[in-house]
Design a binder for this molecule. Structure first.
Ligand SMILES: Cc1cc2nc3c(=O)[nH]c(=O)nc-3n(C[C@H](O)[C@H](O)[C@H](O)COP(=O)(O)OP(=O)(O)OC[C@H]3O[C@@H](n4cnc5c(N)ncnc54)[C@H](O)[C@@H]3O)c2cc1C
Length: 394
């Protein structure tokens, strides 16, 4: 009996680990397209990009771990097709591999623009960009999302002039809304970034031409305009796909022997009672344990709230929760927004649906508890830093 994991990222490595921890003794194969063992991506736009952390530190496990655990990792190999009836996958190297259970952990890939922009997804991308930052005097970044802003911070740390071009009225608008988005705009401007909002990129070619004719000169252009889940295999195999591979709360696809986890999975969330796809590290870290249990026929559901973090300049933050588009009707700030030491709460019908702690730590559990309570919060208490978070329900 063979269990096959497709994808060589964090979710793949954690799934292999969880299967062994849950007592799976059979053959276990991870098939990953990249030429590297599975590694973590967050440092690629932060410490690793800035040359502050070593390459060995980014790997989820070292080669010895896979050998000890009898996990076969086929690096530099893609799965090109799934034959569900025969229970086998086709490999780019030519062979076929039978499976009893299959996990799709194919992640996501950057959306592309026409022209000669650089992208940041892999360790190779990060190393290329590090070389660019070492020699460039000015760069342009298209997109003020998490990746674009983290690259902007790394570039400023390297002494490079940075222009960020964003179509929206604020950075991170879709996730954070106008007010908190504006706080991130202030952060980057305070650190010398030329942030241009509400602009449309017309052409990328040795710099950027905007729709209004303005030319932004740059030694390199980096685009961070979001990612697409890598659903090609699943779709070709006739699995249900809708901006991600659709899975139930046990991370099972429409085929009972095929599962999905990490950036590629759109999973039913039992507490939020909707399908969500989460493109963040904690999800790729924690979902695989549930997928592994389900693959082994055990009852398991994934009900953790989405969580992510970022580091930019001297700002560190954690965000917990999930806000449906248009759901938040109120934002409450506890602390000093301008001084970048605060917690922001997003409310819907008086209840906290998400919270973001900026340069304040060890409050994630309290924020989670507020959200999971599903009870209305007292606005004034939420805004008052002297009142413990646990005492802020109405
Ligand atoms: C630069 C960067 C910084 C980030 N920073 C943060 C952060 O600060 N906080 C946070 O919460 N999240 C962050 N993230 C997001 C986080 O890294 C992702 O959520 C996480 O990597 C998802 O893991 P995954 O294993 O699901 O997918 P991926 O990491 O995308 O891995 C999928 C792997 O599968 C391979 N693959 C795809 N198709 C096939 C196939 N057919 N056959 C074989 N292999 C295949 C791909 O090549 C890839 O190696 C960051 C991401 C990037 C790129």
């Amino acid at each position: 009996m063979t269990y096959v994991i497709v994808g060589g990222g964090l979710a793949a490595a954690k799934a292999a680990q969880a299967l062994r921890e849950q007592g799976y003794e059979g053959r276990l194969v991870v098939v990953g397209a990249e030429p590297h063992l599975p590694y973590e991506r967050p440092p690629l736009s932060k410490s690793y990009l800035q040359g502050k952390s070593e390459r060995e530190k980014i790997f989820v496990h070292d080669a010895a771990w896979y050998a000890e655990q009898r996990v076969e990792v086929l690096t530099g190999t893609s799965v090109t097709a799934i034959d569900r009836a025969a229970h086998e996958v086709t490999l780019s190297t030519g062979g076929k591999l039978g499976y009893a259970k299959l996990l799709l952990a194919t992640g996501a890939t950057p959306r592309r623009l026409p022209g000669d922009a650089l992208y940041l997804r892999t360790v190779d991308d990060s190393e290329r960009l590090r070389d660019v930052l070492a020699s460039a005097s000015r760069i342009a970044i298209v997109g003020a999302g998490w990746i674009g802003l983290e690259v902007a911070a790394a570039a400023r740390a390297a002494g490079v002039d940075v222009t960020v071009l964003e179509a929206g009225s604020q950075p991170l608008l879709r996730v954070l809304g106008e007010r908190i988005g504006a706080a991130f705009a202030d952060l980057h401007r305070a650190n010398g970034v030329d942030l241009r909002l509400g602009v449309k990129v017309e052409e990328i070619s040795g710099g950027v031409r905007l729709a209004d004719g303005t030319r932004v000169e740059a030694d390199a252009v980096i685009a961070g305009i979001g990612v697409e889940p890598d659903t090609r295999l699943a779709a070709a195999a006739g699995l249900q796909v809708d901006d991600g591979v659709l899975v139930d709360a046990s991370l099972r696809t429409s085929d009972p022997d095929i599962f999905a986890a990490g950036d590629v999975a759109r999973a039913h969330h039992p507490l939020l009672d909707t399908h969500i796809r989460v493109e963040h590290w904690a999800n790729a870290l924690n979902q695989p344990a549930v997928a592994a249990r389900a693959m082994l026929g055990q009852d398991a559901t994934y009900d953790r709230l989405p969580y992510f973090y970022t580091d930019q300049y001297d700002l560190g933050m954690e965000y917990t929760g999930y806000v449906r588009p248009g759901q938040a009707d109120d934002v409450v700030i506890r602390g000093d927004l301008a001084g970048r030491e605060y917690i922001a709460f997003w409310l819907s019908d008086g209840k906290v649906v998400a919270g973001m702690n900026v340069n304040i730590w060890d409050v994630t559990d309290d924020i989670k508890a507020l959200i999971n309570s599903g009870a209305p919060a007292d606005r004034a208490k939420l805004a008052d830093p002297t009142i413990p978070l646990a005492d802020t329900l109405a």
